[in-house]
Ligand binder design. Structure first.
Ligand code: HEC
Length: 202
């Protein structure tokens, strides 16, 4: 068997071909349910979007794509789609615990001119109507989602920014660690719910 130059030296050509063409339906299945996830090298909590950006930069040596760009959302939605129907199952213990605690604290901290926390709407008032919108339990399992108001796909972060803006609170920039912490708390809160990406929302 002819040996070809591969990143994994011991693979022969046929194995390499199999590995290279590994179908995302199997290779990416179940990946998204475990995000946000601690990066063991840096100890940082990464959302799936952050992991994609990191892999592109460090492993592919590819030019960066912007947060919330069509390219990143498409990739993120495609990977998450491979876990559609699987239950959310992020790890909150060990190295992730401090992030989880920070996310939980964020959820219950009042903010903005309306002085509301996330729980005021999504724990205490779901099912009620606010500005012609029906408040849900605020689960993250449909993101990236297509929102009619956006006329495009958007990330969970974009949705969270809309909620922050709704209470007239400071809107953190994309990629802020606070969003990852919050996403981890939301994933835990949604534990057991199936991934529905790409969802459609008003
Ligand atoms: C003033 C009420 C209000 C507050 C406070 C609020 N939200 Fe929301 N949120 C909404 C409304 C309205 C929507 C859109 C309808 C829906 O899906 O609930 C929404 C949507 C969401 C969604 C998307 C749910 C889905 O299925 O698409 C998530 C996740 C969410 N909020 C999380 C949060 C978090 C986290 C906070 C705190 C930082 C927060 N929200 C604060 C009203 C609120």
């Amino acid at each position: 068997m002819e040996k070809i130059q591969t990143p994994i030296a011991h693979l022969d050509a046929i194995e390499f071909a199999k590995w290279w063409k590994a179908d995302a339906r199997s290779s990416m299945k179940g990946v998204a349910v475990r995000y946000p996830q601690i990066d063991r090298m840096t100890g940082r909590l990464l959302t799936l979007d952050a992991r994609i950006l990191q892999s592109r930069a460090e492993r592919q040596k590819a030019p960066p794509v912007a947060r919330e760009s069509e390219d990143l959302l498409a990739l993120s939605a495609y990977i998450t789609y491979q876990s559609r129907g699987l239950k959310m199952d992020a790890e909150i213990e060990g190295m992730a615990r401090k992030n989880f605690d920070a996310g939980e604290a964020f959820f219950f901290r009042r903010r903005g001119q309306l002085n509301l926390n996330c729980a005021h709407c999504h724990n205490a008032n779901w099912g009620r109507t606010l500005f012609a919108e029906r408040i849900s339990q605020g689960h993250p399992n449909a993101y990236p989602a297509y929102r009619l108001e956006w006329q495009t796909l958007g990330s969970l972060e974009r949705r969270l920014r809309a909620c922050l803006s709704g209470v007239r609170a400071e809107i953190l920039p994309y990629g802020s660690p606070e969003y990852a912490d919050l996403a981890l708390y939301l994933s835990w809160r949604a534990k057991g719910l199936p991934i529905e990406t790409p969802g459609v929302r008003r």
